[in-house]
Design a protein around this ligand. Sequence first.
Ligand code: ATP
Length: 777
Amino acid sequence: MHELQNKDWQTEQERVHSVAGEIDKTINKLKKNTGSVSSDVLELRKTFWEDVTVNLDEPDDVIETAASIKQQAELLSERERTHKQLAQQLNTLERLKYSPYFGRIDFFEDGEKTVDSVYLGIASFMDQKEENFLIYDWRAPISSLYYDYSPGPAHYQTPEGIIQGEMQLKRQFIIKAAEIKGMFDTGVTIGDEMLQEVLGNTASTQMKTIVATIQREQNAIIRNDKNKFLIVQGGAGSGKTSAALQRVAFLLYRYRGTITSENIMLFSPNPLFNSYVATVLPELGEENMQQTTFQEFLYQRIGRNFAVEDSFIQMEYLLNKEHDPHYQTRINGIRYKASLDFKNMIDQYSTNLSIQGLIFRDLTFRGDPLISRRDIHQYFYSLDRTISIPNRMQLVKEWLLLELKRAMKRERTRSWVEEEVQFLEKEDYMEAFKRLQQKQRFSDDTFDDFDREQRLLADMVVKQKFKPLFSIVKNLRFIDMPNIYLQLFNENQEYADALPADWDEICRLTRNRFDEMVMSYEDAAPYVYLKDLLEGRKVNTAIRHIFIDEAQDYSPFQFAYIRRLFPYSKMTLLGDFNQAIFSGVTEAETVLNQIVVAGEDAAAFNLTKTYRSTKEIVEFTKALIPGGDQIEPFNRAGNKPIVTFINKNRLINGITEKLKDLQTAGHQTIAIICRTAEESKQAFTALNKEVSLNLIEKGTIVYEKGINVVPSYLAKGIEFDAVILYDSSQYNRESERKLFYTVCTRAMHELHLMTTNGISPLMKKVPKETYLIEDID
Ligand SMILES: Nc1ncnc2c1ncn2[C@@H]1O[C@H](COP(=O)(O)OP(=O)(O)OP(=O)(O)O)[C@@H](O)[C@H]1O
């Protein structure tokens, strides 16, 4: 380091110490406040009832008591809120004290006399007089200069307009425990050195923030506040998920006061991924957004009677059951049910249902029909046709509830009731006695009392027996949804202009599955969509921004469904059509390669630089996919991928040896990726005798450092230091190319492909110089 640098380093280090000292002062002040607020909260909780005047003598007193309780509760919740905010602030300050900032820019604004030095960190921090920013939040308008420009002319956007000027310096820091560990003045992009440092680290089982090294193309996605729809296509490891999460943080900052983490929802591929990304926002001092998986979201709407398949069961079928006689029909069905054509068919069908064709269920009581499906049908279609179907369903519901009440009255005097009363438990008698007492209906005449009690007990018996019927009616389960849905699967149906060639077969297969009470994954969204059209479902107005990660796994139909439920929400879709592993097998359309938001306020982004894997791994993986030459690796060196020929009998031994070598080389998260869940289980059982490892299954919520055995489709979205493909020769169908690409791109530093049956045909076009061959057969 030459002298100037040395001097700079010293000056910067002094500033870090001084800022950390200031932060410390604020922390101490805040701690005192927090202390008093938390003792307020404790005290309020303890004395809650002492401070409330409870008097229930007169109606007026009751009202006053209620008001007094409400006031006390409001006071407590206000204090609790303050406490939470203070705790959050303290948390952020502690982080700032450890590492106050990661970047500095010197900006000479046009028309000003002095240069501003702007230091960027995860949150803003002002001096004690609250006059100057010692740290700027990375999301502040001026901070975008850091991500968008290298020294030279630069400008940034503020709500008031564009600010022009010249950037004179751009500097990056690595600061830990208030000590500068690294400092780089950067030229063109955000420091190669810094990225090298970050990306060269070992993989973590939780995703990390990238605020210090966000790249310009990523910044454009993160800060976009103009468009309703953002569609991001990006290669494996190009930072789509990272961009999504930093964008959440940006939106929370940009719209603070109007939206909170409660108003943002992320759809992610599985629960494991949910927990993988869960630490990013808290690291940035923000609360996590709402997280869900599409399945979870959908399945709340399907009755409990069905065995509901998830996308993983579907995937297992697609990978394992190639020789099933219905395989091709199922695939054709999946493809059609993913399309907007099918949605149009359902729309047409539902319009027709307004006039005719709805099917209802009998309401039966003690084995006899109480209200027949025909009566319900008649009642429904006697209602004014201009009333929407959901509104007519509500009217039917009200009518049925009345009918049930009438029927209940009739039943009370029937002999079965009297019989049942005999068998009531002692507790039921006590209950009846209590109720009579409450109603003060006991008279002096004990004979009358006996009669009254009997009537009340009869009431109780009847009510109990009618309870399930009331629940059916209230939940609209008198609509025979499965059969209404199945009516679509009719060879002569007329709701679509063009049907798939083997429509008859698709109909048969769909009906058979329903007969077995199995809801296939491809039917779930269409079924719920139709159900919503008939029953009505309130649209969600609380969610203002939706993020869909791994968007390539959503069909246009599923996306249309999500849009219908969140009509007021802005949406960011991120995905990679080369990782469309489900539609890779079925060739169904995905939301990413069909323009589902054509003609709307949408912006498209294409991320071609990739950061996860070493240059050598990327050179290999990009040759696996069409158009892969556009993918540009970040320049980080490592070993070439190794293809290992091995006899099937020796596979477990061979992998065990590799695992030992990889651990010796310091790799902390190692994945053995198998093609299916079945293969994962076998591999796990065999390897578990040799080394300590974990098995990841579809219900797995967190994964640990160490060695993990994981089925291909569950590895998506996450990354490992080293990846061993259990048997790469098994990826041999063209339809599994995307799956093969997805699993190979999970590796950050090392990729090993075991093969028991020659080189996978999917590697035909991969240049030989991009990998090494090892033969331990
Ligand atoms: N600007 C950046 N600075 C530092 N690291 C980055 C940056 N962008 C991406 N990365 C890192 O690259 C890796 C891949 O990022 P991420 O998972 O967001 O990519 P992705 O596009 O969602 O990948 P995939 O489609 O394969 O799931 C992560 O380790 C992430 O931290």
